[in-house]
Design a protein around this ligand. Sequence first.
Ligand code: GLP
Length: 233
Amino acid sequence: MRVLTVQNNEEMAQKAADILLAQVILKPDCVLGLATGSTPLGAYRSMAARNKEVSFAQVKTVNLDEYCGLDATSPDSYVSYMRENLFSHIDIDIANTYLPDGMQEDVSAACNAYTALIARLGGIDLQLLGIGHNGHIGFNEPDTVFQMDTHCVTLSKSTLDANAVHFARPADMPKKAITMGMRPIMQAERVLLLAGKEKQSILQEALYGPVTPQVPASILQLHKHVIVIYVAA
Ligand code: GLP
């Protein structure tokens, strides 16, 4: 594991964008695993600003998660987030960008389809992650077991409270989501975990505490190639 400490969010964003762009330079037809939330926004802004330097024409992306019940027309869906913050600023083919389908009535079919899709793409070359205050990655909430494949989760109070700020009407925030499980994350060639200074305590627990599904990100201690960039408190 490589742990890089930076002084502020801007520096974290620059370094994260450097690593993501380097991945695309090294393997133009790579599969990027992407994340949402506030933490990766700076990296996406930086990638958008450098969109003449690197082509995403052959890149495929799989996002970690999506809320149940929000479609592409909802400004609060992660589909909208990705279009707004990254995809509309780079030359990626939108048909090569994938998120779990939170609108499908048969949720378990939607989960299985996403698991199969990731396998069909040949897995993930570089997976970008943030971390929740309770140690979640994607929407893999604290649990009694590590959930390995795509599954539907009931969001914890901590996650609902933390993410309510992203909703114009917090009461409309879905209570369920579909998330990629631990298997594709652990099988990704590389993982890039970003954490702002407000995450310092849970980050320490995840990186140096016991590996337990109660702190989902702790499983990353077992990954062969993790890069962590965090802002010093
Ligand atoms: C959300 C997302 C995660 C993200 C986490 C942290 O729940 N599903 O993928 O890493 O929140 O978000 P933030 O970066 O806004 O703190």
